[in-house]
Design a protein around this ligand. Structure first.
Ligand code: ASP
Ligand code: MG
Length: 401
């Protein structure tokens, strides 16, 4: 018995039948004597459909109005789920993000949670009610609605779990948990029983589509015990924990991220300060750069290549073209069909052979690597997008079998 926060994603509440399914699971948890707070996402593809509606009218709609629109998806879900719980005869109340006390900064469409004013939540819990909260949304200091970025309901759930000192935060989705690789790409991928916050954070940032990366960051910071489970079966799921509580495996997972593009700046002057000038320009415009390599200069010229997300490509190229002569760049080359393939594992820290094994797997599969980046617990390589799935499978086989 305790306080449990459960979060159900869009596929888990996509239609009336699924909503009833969730209601039954919520009530089951409640009937065991727990206090239950439930966070829900918008049903099915609602958020995408709302974005389409907006684009039909004004593709340049302000982010403030987009947030006003998109937050409505979650408001539908909470009311429907509350009605379903009512039908099962249990005390329940639905709350929007602002009713639940979510205060955010004013960064529309990517707001960060500042704090949660818990009075309302607490008083409803004190009345023994199941509290259903709209994910993905809050209120800024102007009392305008903000959203937390795509997939942000996970973060709403973890924030609630942290604020209410919940005993467990369960994230329900349509997969059984966190896998060693995307099961659609790698047939023998298997579910992990547990994984550390750091590993999960890397996997989430590197393209494993299970948890919003900010939710993992927050879970780590506030020591929220997280479980990722399926709402469609009773399987155990994956627990996300402190590093010292998990087995330190060499490699935990292989991911692929197609949302990247490579820009090569060729023939830049080989003098001190060039990299600084280029990346200062990009960061001034809010463009975040991922992998970077610089070739060895010859005293006159050198090349710098880096990757960004595809969404930032046009902006970035325009910006660099405008500054091409000021930065003394001969040529700007762009490659869009690239993918980042990464391996993650807390056990990598003290093991020198991991990179070699990864490169060997790629060599055996005849896949060319165009960039490499490493950190304590991950290694990423950039490959042609057409090779990415094969790369994931080859690396998975090499390490897991
Ligand atoms: N409905 C929002 C989205 O699709 C938030 C979420 O599902 O977590 O991004
Ligand atoms: Mg999600």
């Amino acid at each position: 018995m305790g306080l449990i926060v459960q979060k159900y994603g869009g596929t888990s509440v996509k239609d009336a039948e699924r909503v009833m399914n969730v209601a039954n699971r919520v009530v089951e948890t409640y009937d065991k004597g727990n206090s239950v707070v439930v966070v829900v996402s918008a049903q099915g593809d609602t958020t995408d459909e709302l974005i389409e509606k907006a684009m039909e009218i004004n593709p340049k709609a302000s982010k403030r109005e987009m947030d006003m629109l998109l937050s409505s998806g979650e408001q539908i879900s909470v009311s429907l789920l509350a009605m379903a719980v009512e039908k099962l005869g249990k005390p329940v109340i639905s709350l929007t993000g602002w009713q639940a006390g979510f205060k955010t900064d004013s960064h529309y469409s990517a707001a960060r949670i500042h704090k949660i004013d818990k009075e309302r939540l607490q008083s409803e819990l004190d009345k023994n009610k199941i509290v259903i909260v709209a994910g993905f949304q809050g209120l800024n200091k102007y009392e305008d609605i903000t959203t937390l970025g795509r997939g942000g309901s996970d973060t709403s759930a973890v924030a609630l779990a942290a604020a209410l000192h919940a005993d467990l935060c369960e994230i329900y989705t349509d997969v059984d948990g966190v896998y060693t690789a995307d099961p659609r790409i790698v047939k023998n991928a298997h579910k992990l029983d547990d994984i550390s916050y750091d590993e999960m954070l890397e996997l989430a940032s590197l393209g494993a589509n299970v948890l919003h990366n900010r939710s993992v960051e927050m879970a780590k910071k506030y020591h929220v015990k997280l479980a990722v489970k399926s709402s469609l079966n009773r399987n155990e799921g994956t627990y996300v924990k402190e590093v010292d509580q998990v087995e330190k495996m060499l490699v935990r997972g292989v991911t692929r991220d197609n949302d990247c593009a490579r820009i090569a700046l060729c023939g830049i002057e080989d003098t001190p300060g060039k990299a600084y000038q280029v990346f200062a320009l990009l960061s001034k415009h809010g463009i975040s750069v991922d992998l970077i390599i610089q070739s060895i200069g010859n005293g006159e010229k050198k090349d710098i290549s880096f990757t960004i997300t595809e969404g930032e490509l046009d902006n970035t190229v325009k910006l660099l073209e405008e500054n091409k002569s000021a930065l003394k760049i001969d040529d700007i080359k762009v490659k869009k069909d690239v993918s980042k393939v990464s391996i993650v594992g807390a056990g990598m820290v003290n093991n020198a052979g991991v990179a070699t094994t990864m490169f060997e797997a790629l060599y055996n599969a005849d896949i060319n690597i165009s960039m490499i980046a490493t950190s304590e617990i991950k290694i990423s390589v950039l490959v042609d997008q057409k090779d990415a799935e094969r790369a994931v499978a080859a690396i998975h086989d090499k390490f897991m079998l």
